[in-house]
Design a protein around this ligand. Structure first.
Ligand SMILES: C[S@@+](CC[C@H](N)C(=O)[O-])C[C@H]1O[C@@H](n2cnc3c(N)ncnc32)[C@H](O)[C@@H]1O
Length: 719
């Protein structure tokens, strides 16, 4: 925080914020945690974050459980197709439901009647793809339609077509305004809910090939090595050849080099940067109940330094004309406006806050604060720098105080966005959108003409930031390097001939993870990622990149040793012309409903035109293409002598069958129907019905919520 002689990391985030450790006492369930903290109330009343007259409503809402929110994910076409199914099959019937009456036992136990369920579409999220709903355990248990909706949400979440994510946490990627050609950096990315959104926006081009292989990239970084593997999972799910996962302290993020248009090599200046920093998380009190006991007034000041360093490094790595979004799930001005104020002051007019309200139609939010109050652990208010008690000089400094009268107008802190939970039944959140209008004081600017990096003014600001951290031992293991195909790659001619790769496909974009020996899996990245790997493999800790497109399958009767991988089918299919068959809806349904490994569907059972196409192809990998009424499904599989098979996992089969409007009962158990059958036979299995439907949920931070009986829909798993 700029205080002379302070050691780096003294007030760095997460370890400090966890102190003092006030664990839940043994035997106290998550739901029983006392949702009260008088200091929290005193602190936020003093900050005036809540408009006059709304305090009680705000506090009451903070103590309630958070409703579940989710997004339909993947390509726009597929997400919209699933949206149609969800609305017609699961939402429309809800309006017809007469909630069941309470049984006498339930009445005696004082249970509440089942409330009507009204899913709410988040109006500011593009294409109606984000929803919020209050599906309680009790509702699910008592009402078949609610149970069916719940089952649908669970199964689509397992396949990654729905992603549970807090409504407010979806905002930063929306206001970042990512375009397919952008170079995007997500500085604190794990577990990756927002990274997934960034990838989706990057893949939003209209034609198949550009949508599958965008020009731009997403660099998803996290300091926590283990959490980086959550990002790998997200990337795999989204089949992106344009993502690279790195593992660095974002406050000291090394420059990532690339080859410029003129052939010279230099640091990437990113078009878009997401800076979703570690924070005290008091905006998540509605789902992370433990924060109630842990909350104290100095958490914010403790985290401010780390948050500032990360954001400052982000501003440095941002291109002129680029946009950086800073966000926290905290309401504390020291973690929010105070950080933004410092960035703006240091940048001296090179960056400015952007008003993004028009990008968020229908979202109610409060403008950023221009006044706030510092408080120490003893809850003493500190109004100015001269009032900082000696005991608190390590904690507070002059930069934490609100702006002077003359700076207020210049900074425009009102353009920040603070979302209050009671305004639309969400968590609390803070977002600020910054645009870089010119180079920072001292920033090196690359001039293409003379190919030099020329500092505009002496490089004092950046030198201060660039001080390398004290030598730290690398944690985690070093990943295998990436070996892109050379011109003389021996496996390429076979693949090229068998699949009929288009002439403009560059074999140099295919890669493996082992240098010698038999290649097993073949991956693919776009050109920009390849360049980043080539220029940075030695100084950037790359955890993962590349989407798996081909898998070795020799001795299976095919002239080609590599079959198509489902993981990368969206990427590879637009690149080749052979080995594709157009199928009918009925063909697909036959293939999807028949998952017997021993007896795959006979070609003779398929449509006559499909049979004709099959006759033109020898044994080997094949893609099945279906397009009708705006629904486009592409599956990869195998064509044998007499039979065909689609390589689709069980849960994905249900997903595709749903999209096709086909019967899914083979894969879904309806416990209510089973109970009815058993009732007719006088057998009672009620005890086993409700709770084995509930799967534990991981929250957005990838940690178990450890809830007991809860009123939120917690059966959907976070991805
Ligand atoms: C609020 S979470 C990010 C959530 C994420 N953006 C998402 O939407 O899923 C903060 C993340 O910052 C990471 N982190 C903490 N300190 C960091 C640092 N110095 N550099 C980079 N990442 C850091 C944590 O490991 C954590 O994953």
């Amino acid at each position: 925080m700029g205080r002379k002689g302070r050691k780096r990391g003294k007030n760095d985030g997460e370890s400090r914020v966890e102190r003092p450790k006030k664990e839940r006492p043994p035997g106290v369930s998550y739901e029983e945690v006392v949702r009260e903290n008088k200091n929290f109330e005193t602190f936020y009343k003093a900050q005036k974050v809540v408009p006059e007259g709304e305090w009680e409503e705000f506090l009451a809402c903070m103590k309630e459980n958070l409703p579940a929110a989710f997004r339909l994910t993947g390509t726009k076409d597929m997400a919209c197709a699933l949206l149609r199914v969800m609305k017609t099959t699961f939402f429309e019937p809800l309006s017809q439901i007469i909630p069941p009456e309470l049984t006498p036992e339930e009445q005696e136990a004082g249970e509440e009647p089942v409330k009507p369920l009204k899913p709410f579409c988040l109006p500011w999220y593009p294409n109606n793809l984000a929803w919020q709903l209050n599906l309680t355990r009790k509702n699910i248990r008592r009402c078949e339609a609610y149970w069916q909706l719940h089952q649908f949400l669970i199964s689509e979440t397992e396949t990654g077509n729905i992603s549970r994510q807090e409504a407010v946490s979806m905002i930063p990627p929306v206001v970042l305004d990512v375009q397919p050609h952008h170079k995007v950096l997500d500085m604190c990315a794990a577990p990756g809910s927002k990274t997934a959104q960034l990838i989706e926006f990057l893949h939003s081009a209209n034609d198949d090939r550009s949508a599958a292989i965008p020009e731009g990239i997403v660099v998803a970084n996290d300091a926590d090595n283990k959490r980086c593997y959550m990002l790998t999972h997200q990337a795999k799910r989204l089949q992106s050849p344009a993502i690279i996962i790195t593992n660095h302290d974002a406050a000291f993020m090394p420059n990532i080099h690339h080859t410029r248009k003129d052939g010279s090599v230099g640091p990437i200046k990113f078009d878009r940067i997401l800076c979703d920093v570690p924070c005290s998380g008091d905006g998540t009190l509605r789902k992370n109940f433990d924060v109630w006991a842990k909350w104290n007034p100095v958490n914010g000041a403790n985290l401010h330094g780390l948050q500032l360093r990360i954001a400052r490094r982000g501003i440095e790595m941002l291109a002129v004309g680029g946009r950086l979004v800073y966000s926290t799930c905290s309401l504390n001005p020291l973690e929010n406006e105070a950080v933004i104020q410092r960035l703006l002051m240091e940048a001296d007019g090179s960056i400015q806050l952007v008003d993004v309200s028009s990008q968020l139609p229908g979202l109610k939010f409060m403008p950023g604060l221009e006044e706030w109050l510092l408080m120490n652990r003893e809850m003493e208010a500190i109004k100015s720098v001269t009032e900082i008690p000696l005991k608190n000089t390590n904690l507070f400094n002059k930069h934490l105080f609100p702006p002077s009268m003359e700076n207020k107008e210049k900074l425009n802190l009102k353009r920040c966005i603070r979302i209050l939970p009671h305004h639309q039944d969400t968590g609390g959140f803070f977002v600020a959108v910054l645009e870089k209008t010119k180079p920072l004081p001292g920033e090196k600017v690359y001039k293409e003409i003379n190919q030099e990096e020329i500092p505009t003014v002496p490089d004092t600001a950046t030198q201060r930031i660039r001080q390398p951290p004290k030598k730290k031992r690398r944690q985690g293991f070093r990943e295998e390097p990436y070996y892109y195909f050379e011109k003389d790659e021996v496996v390429w001619p076979g693949i090229d001939a068998f699949y009929g790769m288009h002439e403009d496909v560059d074999p140099g974009l295919f890669l493996t993870r082992t240098k010698d020996g038999k290649k097993r899996n073949i991956y693919f990245t776009n050109k920009c990622i390849k360049d980043v790997v080539a220029q940075n493999q030695d100084h950037i800790k790359i955890i993962n990149t590349g989407v798996k497109v081909l898998v070795r399958s020799d001795n299976k009767g095919s002239p080609c040793d590599f079959r198509l991988a489902q993981d990368g089918s969206r990427v590879l299919l637009p690149l080749f012309s052979k080995r594709k068959i157009c199928v009918t809806k009925n063909d697909l349904v036959i293939m999807l409903q028949n998952d017997d490994m021993e007896m795959p569907p006979e070609i003779a059972t398929l449509d006559s035109k499909t049979q004709e196409q099959c006759a033109d192809h020898c044994t080997g990998a094949i893609a099945f293409l279906y397009e009708e009424d705006g629904l486009k499904i592409q599956l990869v599989g195998w064509k044998g002598n007499k039979s065909v098979r689609a390589y689709v996992a069980k849960n994905d089969r249900i997903h595709y069958l749903r999209l096709l409007g086909a019967d899914t009962s083979k894969y879904e158990k309806n416990k209510f129907a089973e109970q009815r059958n058993l009732d007719s036979m006088n057998v009672d299995v009620k005890e086993s019905t409700p709770d084995d439907m509930q799967t534990d949920v991981n929250d957005e931070n990838g940690e178990s919520n450890d809830k007991g009986e809860t009123d939120v829909c917690d059966g959907i798993q976070e991805n």
